[in-house]
Design a binder for this molecule. Structure first.
Ligand SMILES: Nc1nc2c(c(=O)[nH]1)N[C@H]1C(S)=C(S)[C@@H](COP(=O)(O)OP(=O)(O)OC[C@H]3O[C@@H](n4cnc5c(=O)[nH]c(N)nc54)[C@H](O)[C@@H]3O)O[C@H]1N2
Ligand SMILES: Nc1nc2c(c(=O)[nH]1)N[C@H]1C(S)=C(S)[C@@H](COP(=O)(O)OP(=O)(O)OC[C@H]3O[C@@H](n4cnc5c(=O)[nH]c(N)nc54)[C@H](O)[C@@H]3O)O[C@H]1N2
Ligand code: SF4
Ligand SMILES: [Mo]
Length: 694
């Protein structure tokens, strides 16, 4: 086919959130010119959001990195020289191997952000084969709390089943129309709402769906655990629980019943700010509508007590008999492709749980990535041992990790730091070597692998990457050959895809024709196999709590102390235009959201003498950031909702693109973290606010 042809290619959206919508992409003269939702898409049936249209702009953006770069001046000075791939790879290999020689493989950490595609797993494979137990990821604040707590409580990660009809769905801190959480595709939920599924929304802000909800619980940030425990109190008190399930399949019901007695709706109303009747009514509706699903979002895991909140929610699902039932919260079975543990060669590092730096901090067993805050302590203080090198991809830690000033110090302190990136970011500016990547549409990839939703999606290449941009898969494969036994690596990186699909009996090309693979639909598995916990039941009380080093029953504790100096509660929500800190340079997106905005209720603004459009300094005990005020009654009084992920690609690279000006993570702490997952308070912090001019 000649280059001046016009063709349509079927693929899946990626890297603008977790991905998932099937796309039809028009290519003319080798360039993408149009994108449409694929009406036959398994998850989206034609639906796409505005980010999908802008996703193409990043491919052709003038600021895109196109050649490997090596630092010339001091870290962060913005001075680079172009080098060849061969030199870049050799330099990386030399440095990583010499650090391994001097300090051991564990002194080299591998970093990744939000899982974007198969590269996530190839990076873990590289770490395992190289011999380092330290993969640093954002999982402390993104899904590990719900997944690992699920494993310990009921033996699996209970995801909302939007493929079957639910009578009721609770959006518990999940702004699914904006975030499409985990590619769950809000279009499936919207279809259900049209056909009568009732909705409860729990959020401190009015959201796109709160207006369509039967009940809207405007909650004070950080108090979700108390609410869940009060709902359990009502359901047990009014005997609305599923008697049969509870007696056959739960462990510790009587203790839970006793334990929740103190979480009365009137007391929890004071904690959460939600009227008592609404707490009671929500509990009754959740317990009496069968099946009901809870779609849980990031706020559940964005505070130091995330473990208890996740526990309370799973107990709630369990006592109402909503676990592993169609339309409830289910264990989605994966398609028969290679299991992640095997793919990443976990067998090569059997001692990893004891070797990882997080083991020293007593994190919960089975949590296999290292929380960033513990990584930083290792780099800066050598606790529990020194980390000297960091290979990072698909992440911008200077903006996305809690407590940015400490992140800055840690990145500066590294002996050797490599970043693979699409654009020069504040983080990449601090690297020794920056590698230019191919991205969405430019290489063959597999989406949704390992995310727990029982589905994988084909993301075939649509166009060639520009200049010297390589897919992370290829980069990792080439580094692997240089720093670890080559027999574990592939002649052509695309063989990785076939290898992963082999157990399913298909090649990548055949997979692309199918578009997706899903695991067998199966429910009530516990009836044959029980639950995969020590007691074989859902553990309302954890039978091995002592061994795990955790509380046996979920408890609510205030996530912050009252402090008159910081009278407001600060929280955040994700922008519908951006992915975390990404894509602020894309004009189409930036025009829709040109600067960071902090939302405040009119009454609160009045009390603070703040007007719409004012630039304010938001201040916590940890730090400061400036954003622009938007007065709106969407947000409850006393709470402010700031924008997260901001830096300014238009500012000077030698000043790291004003990384510390409006960045939400100037306001957070990496020091005060939860024990189980090393999680910081990201949502629910105490703050103050003042006009910059006053
Ligand atoms: N305060 C606060 N902090 C948070 C959160 C919050 O809500 N509040 N959310 C947390 C959550 S849930 C998460 S998941 C993390 C996310 O944290 P990160 O994953 O660090 O966030 P991103 O901004 O998505 O960073 C991705 C980077 O990868 C680059 N990129 C895009 N495509 C590719 C590619 O194909 N290859 C490579 N190598 N790079 C690519 C982008 O340009 C971008 O700079 O942040 C967490 N941090
Ligand atoms: N557009 C876009 N989509 C994304 C992302 C993105 O950055 N941009 N990131 C992706 C990633 S990695 C993730 S993990 C998901 C996250 O997706 P979501 O879970 O939806 O995450 P958030 O937008 O951080 O928070 C959801 C809602 O929680 C509310 N909220 C704030 N504090 C609290 C609280 O204390 N309790 C309760 N109940 N609600 C509270 C906010 O007002 C917001 O409406 O989104 C994915 N999709
Ligand atoms: S909702 Fe997510 S997957 Fe769907 S089109 Fe938008 S960015 Fe892509
Ligand atoms: Mo996330």
């Amino acid at each position: 086919m000649g280059d001046n042809s016009i063709r349509w290619v079927r693929t899946h959206c990626a890297r603008m959130d977790h991905g998932g919508c099937a796309l039809l992409v028009e290519v003319k003269d080798g360039k993408i010119v149009r994108i449409k939702g694929d009406p036959e898409g398994y998850l989206n049936r034609g639906y796409i959001c505005r980010k999908a249209f802008a996703s193409v702009d990043k491919l052709y953006h003038p600021q895109r990195l196109r050649h490997p770069l090596k630092r010339k001046g001091q870290r962060g000075e913005g001075k680079w020289i172009k080098i060849s791939w061969e030199d870049a790879l050799n330099e990386i290999a030399e440095n990583l191997l010499s650090i391994k020689d001097r300090y051991g493989a564990r002194a080299v950490a591998f970093g990744v952000g939000m899982p974007k595609g198969l590269d996530h797993f190839v990076l873990i494979r590289l770490a395992n084969i190289f011999g380092s137990p330290n993969v640093i990821a954002s999982q402390d604040v993104c899904h590990a709390p719900r997944e690992i707590t699920g494993l310990h409580t009921c033996g699996f990660y209970p995801v909302a089943d939007f493929h079957q009809k639910s009578e009721l769905v609770i959006l518990w801190g999940s702004n699914i129309t904006h975030t499409n959480e985990e590619g769950e595709i809000c279009s499936l939920l919207l279809e259900q709402i049209k056909t009568g599924t009732r909705l409860i929304v729990i959020d401190p802000r009015k959201t796109a769906l709160s207006g369509r909800a039967n009940l809207f619980l405007q909650i004070r940030p950080g108090t979700d655990c108390a609410l869940a425990l009060a709902m359990i109190n009502v359901i047990i008190g009014q005997e609305l629980y599923d008697r049969e399930f509870v007696s056959e399949w739960t462990h510790g019901f009587e203790e839970l019943k006793e334990h929740v007695k103190s979480y009365t709706p009137d007391k929890v109303s004071e904690i959460t700010g939600i009227p008592e009747e609404l707490i009671t009514e929500s509990a009754i509706q959740y317990a009496t509508s069968k099946p009901s699903a809870i779609q849980w979002g990031n706020p559940i895991e964005h505070n130091v007590y995330t473990f208890d909140t996740c526990r309370a929610l799973i107990c709630l699902m369990a006592i109402c008999g909503n676990l592993d039932v169609p339309g409830g919260n289910i264990q989605a079975l994966d398609p028969p492709v290679m299991r992640p543990g095997r793919f990443v060669r976990a067998d090569l590092l059997p001692d990893k749980p004891r070797q990882m730096i997080s083991a020293h901090h007593g994190v919960i067993p089975r949590f296999m990535t290292v929380p960033p805050s513990f990584f930083k302590r290792a780099v800066l203080e050598g606790i529990p041992y020194e980390i000297k090198a960091f290979y990072s991809m698909c992440t911008n830690p200077l903006i996305t990790w809690a407590e940015s000033p400490v992140t800055y110090r840690a990145l500066i302190a590294l002996d050797f730091f490599v970043v693979s990136e699409l654009f020069m970011t504040p983080t990449a500016s601090l690297a020794d070597i920056v590698l230019p990547v191919a991205t969405q549409f430019e290489f063959n990839d597999i989406g949704h692998y390992g995310l727990g939703h029982g589905i994988i999606l084909a993301r075939p290449k649509v166009v060639e990457p520009p200049d010297e941009c390589w897919p992370d898969l290829k980069i990792l494969n080439e580094i692997g050959k240089r720093i670890s036994p080559p027999e574990f690596w592939f002649d052509d990186y695309q063989d990785i895809l076939d290898e992963l699909l082999r157990p399913a009996g298909i090649t990548y090309d055949e997979f692309v024709k199918k578009g997706y693979l899903r695991g067998e639909e199966s429910f009530f598995k516990f009836k044959h196999k029980g639950f995969k916990t020590p007691t074989g039941k859902v553990e309302l009380v954890l039978s091995n709590a002592d061994k795990l080093g955790v509380r046996a029953l979920p408890e609510y504790k205030p996530v912050f102390d009252d402090d008159p100096e910081y009278p407001l509660i600060l929280t955040s929500s994700k922008s519908p235009y951006y992915l975390h800190s990404s894509y602020r340079m894309i004009e189409r997106l930036r025009n829709s959201s040109p600067y960071p905005v902090v939302e405040i209720n009119p009454d609160t603004a009045g009390e603070f003498g703040i007007s719409d459009g004012d630039e304010v300094i938001i201040e916590t005990i940890y730090g400061k950031a400036s954003q622009v005020v938007r007065i709106t009654d969407r947000i409850m009084p006393g709470v402010v909702c700031a924008s997260y992920g901001w830096w300014f690609p238009e500012d000077r690279d030698s000043e790291l693109f004003s990384w510390d000006k409006s960045n939400y993570n100037m306001l957070t702490s990496g020091d005060r973290v939860g024990k189980e997952f090393g999680t910081s308070n990201l949502k629910a912090l105490k703050c103050n606010m003042r006009d910059v001019l006053k």
